[in-house]
Design a protein around this ligand. Structure first.
Ligand code: GLC
Length: 709
């Protein structure tokens, strides 16, 4: 990979490993072999003429399909809960993409902390045009013969993903809100009573005293520390939210310390900027500044000291409901209209004054960050804000708890943040369209380094039907972050909140995730280690031109292909197999079927309680015995499902699930099939006693038995 600096780019620290990267001092060298053009004026504009076959992958958290061609996107971290198909930006700003074309593929990363527009053949169908809103930017380009080698090179350059504790791969239940200790206990009891595995319950903003970060409302949560430990002993870790904005209130330590030490972003008069979020008026910590990061990050210990082991950072685009100044202007404007007969234009003008109050560029331009004696306007560094909030926490955890992993994920992000925490994809809806969006987004998130990620299962806004939640959970069995979260005012969507039949199916679905716990964890850790993606479009793995059209099936880890169902009332779906594979039809009551399918198109039935996972030829999948908590799962009795022609193996990665620098152990299981006889062997030692196998061979024979280790 090469990079070229235009002007004086801000050091984002997105890329940290320069081993295979060279700096070039001439644009032509940068663009060599790419056929891209670059023009530098008040803005930097890159263009490229697309051929009819070219496809474009990447841009992390964004709308539309896996192939981003035909759309227009904006890199600008945005809090907008309405993820409509034509939205240009969501909460993350992930400026890496690959053009997949006949000649050498092109990878490009625009390392620029504020607005970039990616017009991928939207305005002119054959033109890719990137408009960078400034002229201090670092552009990385590379060419290679395969998309996956470009992605691997990029993943190596940005450094390995955040490593969550293993318990964070368990099922997580959230809602805005379980507002007090009794409601949390009630949820925990219902999980136990319905025998549904669950490892964490979330504390949304109402656990805080008046929405003040690092405080706990003692009225709602008396004796918080013992409550946290009581819940943990019962099998549930509590995960509190931390918001970016800090309430302005005398005697509130965060307010006072921040003001005294100038830790907050300041306006043009060097006064802390005032915006409003959940607590009303707040100041925003200047996370770009390392001293502020240290100060803010160390405060997470207030909750860690009470037994907390994970956090979610929110509202860190930062979301601003309104600024003091512009609200005042809008109210004055409305005052002038009082008792007037408003025609259509006046009325909409009045409405727009209020509708445009939140998250406006105008406000983002009125406050500053201070770093090394220099002042930077927030707008110019906007996309780095959530990244550096999560970095503040991540750095503090590393400093204060060097031995132990903590769970951490964020709403806003930029590439580089993936080293400190994961992300969830924000305020989606209980819409079938958002289930398929979640499916399509996983590969692009992985391309940009975000391995520990997932969506709010069932949807955050709106009311989820049992069927939607079921189909969504079936897909989320594979996403590292496996969290059901919903907004205030929506129908309860905990798995036990439905009629018994649906609850039963949801229980079995969650239990499957727990059966696959070691496999999912192993695949995650291997992807992290090897700079590979956990979720891939089929076209990344197969040459076959047909697969380039497929956006609703994904390759998963090293062995599987997923064909999720994402439409209501479906009793099956069409699936394209790029090679012969074995269908692992997973269904409720912990039962499954194994069926061989040949290369090509198939319509495959799948009732609501079933889902379709395929295992590649000569591959094995390892399951463990189900327990209701990740930490109770052992490796003593393992189950192997597999599809063998002549020989296949699986190497399971394991570690203690909690050390920051784990000492992994591996178990390799090999199956060989010769002259009608299937044999198992193993190497490595992970405390496994028996391996129960159920292996299908290409000749349609099913081999079941127990292999003693
Ligand atoms: C934001 C978050 C959502 C959370 C809510 C209240 O909308 O995205 O997950 O529940 O704030 O804190």
């Amino acid at each position: 990979m090469k990079f070229y600096d235009i002007g004086q780019p801000f050091e984002t620290e997105a890329i940290v490993n320069f081993e295979d990267i060279i700096q070039v001092d001439d644009i032509n060298t940068l663009l060599d072999k790419t056929q891209f053009n670059m023009e530098i004026d008040e803005k930097v504009v890159l263009t490229y003429k697309l051929t009819s076959e070219d496809q474009i992958f990447g841009l992390g958290e964004n709308m539309r399909g896996i192939n981003k061609r035909g759309g227009i996107y904006e890199s600008f971290c945005t809090d907008d809960p309405s993820h409509q198909p034509d939205r240009k930006a969501l909460y993350g700003a992930h400026n890496f993409f690959v053009v997949d074309r006949k000649e050498e593929k092109v990878g490009c990363f625009i390392d620029f902390p504020t607005k970039v527009e990616f017009d991928f053949g939207f305005t002119h169908k054959d033109e890719l045009k990137i408009t960078i809103e400034g002229k201090d930017v670092r552009v990385y380009m590379t060419t290679a013969s395969t998309v996956t080698s470009i992605v691997s090179g990029f993943l190596k350059a940005i450094g390995p993903s955040f490593m969550p504790p293993k318990w964070a791969f368990g099922f997580q239940q959230s809602r805005w809100s379980y507002p007090n200790a009794d409601s949390i206990k009630d949820i925990a009891e219902k999980f136990k009573a319905s025998d549904i595995p669950c490892d964490t319950i979330y504390l949304d903003i109402d656990y805080m005293k008046d929405f003040k970060n690092f405080t706990v409302d003692e009225g709602r949560f008396p004796n918080f520390k013992s409550f946290v430990s009581e819940m943990k002993a019962d099998g549930f870790r509590l995960i509190p939210i931390i918001d970016a904005g800090c309430k302005i209130e005398d005697d509130y330590f965060i307010y006072e310390e921040g003001v005294q030490n100038r830790y907050y972003c300041e306006d043009a008069n060097n006064k802390p900027f005032v915006g409003a979020v959940w607590p009303g008026k707040v100041h925003f910590p200047d996370f770009i500044n390392p001293e502020t990061r240290k100060w803010f990050g160390d405060h997470y210990s207030i909750l860690v000291d009470q037994g907390i082991e994970g956090f979610w950072n929110d509202m860190n685009e930062p979301a601003i409901f309104y600024s003091e100044k512009r609200l005042k202007e809008a109210i004055e404007f409305a005052g002038d209209k009082k008792d007037k007969n408003l025609g259509i234009y006046d009325f909409f003008d009045l409405k727009d004054h209020f509708m445009g109050l939140s998250n406006s560029d105008e406000d983002y331009k009125t406050f500053n960050h201070r770093l090394d004696g220099k002042t930077y306007n927030h707008f110019d560094l906007h996309n780095l804000y959530g990244y550096n909030m999560t970095r503040a926490a991540g750095e503090a955890f590393e400093r204060n708890y060097p031995e132990k992993r903590m769970l951490l994920f964020s709403r806003a992000s930029y590439i580089g943040m993936h080293r400190y925490g994961g992300i969830w994809t924000g305020d989606n809806h209980a819409w079938w369209e958002h289930l398929i969006l979640n499916i399509k987004m996983m590969p692009s998130l992985n391309m940009c380094g975000f391995l520990y990620s997932g969506a709010d299962i069932g949807g955050f806004g709106g009311h989820a039907s049992g069927e939607l939640l079921t189909r969504w959970s079936q897909f989320a069995v594979y996403t590292p972050l496996f969290r059901n979260h919903a907004c205030m005012g929506t129908r309860h969507q905990e798995p036990f909140s439905f009629e018994p039949e649906t609850t039963g199916v949801l229980r079995d679905t969650v239990r499957y995730r727990y059966a696959m716990m070691n496999h999912v964890y192993s695949e995650f850790m291997m992807a992290r280690e090897n700079n590979t993606m956990l979720f891939r479009p089929l076209t990344f793995d197969y040459e076959d031109t047909h697969v380039s059209q497929i956006e609703d099936q994904l390759m998963y880890g090293s062995h599987m292909m997923l064909a999720p169902i994402y439409t209501p009332n479906a009793k099956g779906r069409y699936v394209y197999l790029p090679e012969d594979m074995m269908l692992w039809r997973i269904r409720s009551n912990e039962s499954y079927d194994l069926e061989n399918y040949s290369f090509g198109h198939h319509y495959i039935n799948a009732e609501t309680h079933e889902w379709l996972t395929f295992i590649k030829k000569n591959h094995l999948v390892l399951l463990n015995e189900v327990k209701n908590n990740v930490e109770d799962i052992t490796l003593e009795e393992l189950h192997v499902i597999g599809f063998i022609d002549d020989k296949g193996s699986y190497t399971l990665y394991t570690d203690d699930g909690i050390s920051r620098e784990p000492s992994p152990t591996y178990l390799t299981i090999e199956a060989t099939y010769e002259n009608g006889i299937l044999k198992l062997s193993h190497s490595g030692e992970v405390g496994c006693k028996n391996i129960h196998f159920d292996i299908m061979t290409m000749d349609q024979k099913r081999h079941k038995g127990v292999y003693h280790v």
